[in-house]
Ligand binder design. Structure first.
Ligand SMILES: NC(=O)c1ccc[n+]([C@@H]2O[C@H](COP(=O)([O-])OP(=O)(O)OC[C@H]3O[C@@H](n4cnc5c(N)ncnc54)[C@H](O)[C@@H]3O)[C@@H](O)[C@H]2O)c1
Ligand SMILES: [Zn+2]
Length: 347
């Protein structure tokens, strides 16, 4: 079992455990009254692992349910169960459940302590870490949210065994992203262990999750509010988000294509070689991820530049700087357009 601790600015410590099981949660709620928040599907799969005599609030999964209406329903159930500021909320599920849990725990009675048991690879290496907890509003993703860190995150990698293969592969895109921004050794490890990864070899998966947690924790520690260093975690996400919007792809699948586009733009700027770009494509392909899209370039650019959350005519674009390093470049929309028009990634 690995443990990674993050010292928070307010003096608290947030601990991330890798290789522990759902049934161990009682050890981490420090004797407080606990309530579990989970998704119906996860409850059906794992209820035998949930501690006995702990109330469970179940929500429907899916992005469409990451809303204020769900928060309202949960709040009602917290009140009914006598949850107060001394209680503890544990969210067990994917990124959706983690986001909802962190959000409701931060506003219920002005905030109570909470923990996550992320059950998707994406949530173990990304969504469950970093203290961002958001919900959707009026069709805008993560429009309402808070920065707040859980007391603990317990990554039960054995839970990945029931994850649909497509969801597993999508999570691997964030692992590749993490390697690309911060760890050449991890990138090579991924290249050398594709079969063991896809077969969920416990030691290999635990290693991947551990390295991603270490890297995200160190980046978040340096820049909790995304003023600089943390932006690097958005590698592949400028185009990835736009592709996600115009396709039926999962987030990680769209990010995979976004990583390929960012790699080609980096190559244009002499920050990656042709061989590096090929290695990135090949790794993503062997991990069963898409690397091309039929979505029109002009449409993607239009989506990026019209993003309602942006006010200026430029973006902080994340570039590769060799494999295992990234850098931020302020790119004007015109410059971005020229760069994109000079590369090929369409089907
Ligand atoms: N807060 C952050 O920093 C952050 C970062 C990245 C993503 N996110 C958010 O995370 C969400 C996506 O997370 P996700 O990909 O985990 O999606 P998700 O929570 O919807 O889970 C994906 C699917 O897998 C199922 N599932 C989960 N665990 C399972 C298991 N062990 N076995 C079988 N099925 C299982 C779920 O029912 C769901 O159908 C998005 O809403 C995104 O905005 C947040
Ligand atoms: Zn992402």
């Amino acid at each position: 079992m690995d443990k990674i601790s993050i010292q928070l600015p307010d003096g608290r410590i947030s601990c991330i455990y890798i290789g522990k099981y759902i049934r161990h949660i009682l050890q981490y709620t420090v004797g407080r009254k606990m309530i579990i928040l989970t998704e119906q599907k996860i409850y059906e799969l794992y209820k035998q692992e949930f501690p006995a005599n702990v109330p469970v609030v179940r929500v429907e999964g899916g992005e469409a349910n990451k809303t204020l209406a769900t928060i309202g329903e949960i709040t009602g159930q917290l009140i009914e169960n006598g949850i107060d500021r001394e209680s503890f909320i544990v969210g067990i599920g994917g990124g959706i459940v983690c986001d909802i849990t962190g959000f409701v725990a931060s506003i219920y009675m002005r905030g109570l302590r909470f923990g996550f048991v992320p059950t998707t690879l994406l949530a173990q290496v990304d969504a469950g870490l970093g203290g961002k907890n958001g919900i959707n509003f009026a069709g805008y993703k993560n429009m309402l949210g808070v920065f707040n860190q859980p007391d603990f995150v317990l990554c039960d990698t054995s839970a990945l065994g029931t994850l649909p293969a497509r969801e597993l592969h999508a999570g691997l895109a964030e692992v590749v992203k993490t390697a690309l921004i911060a760890d050449n050794d991890l990138f090579v490890y991924l290249e050398e262990n594709v079969d063991r990864i896809l077969n969920l070899d416990e030691a290999v998966v635990n290693h991947l999750v551990k390295r991603c947690v270490e890297i995200k924790a160190s980046i978040v520690k340096a820049d909790e509010r995304e003023a600089g260093e943390r932006r690097k975690l958005n590698l592949g996400h400028t185009f990835g988000h736009a592709i996600e919007k115009h396709s039926n792809l999962l987030h990680g699948e769209a990010i995979s294509i976004g990583l390929c586009i960012a790699a080609r733009i980096s190559q244009k700027l002499n920050l990656l070689t042709e061989n590096d770009v090929q290695r990135i494509d090949n790794l993503l392909i062997t991990l069963k991820l898409p690397v091309k899209t039929a979505v029109d370039k002009a449409l993607l650019l239009d989506t990026i530049t019209k993003d309602k959350k942006k006010q200026n005519r430029y973006i902080h674009f994340i570039l590769n700087d060799g494999i295992g390093k990234a850098k931020t470049k302020l790119l004007g929309f015109d410059e971005l357009g020229q760069l994109v028009n000079g590369i090929s990634y369409n089907l």
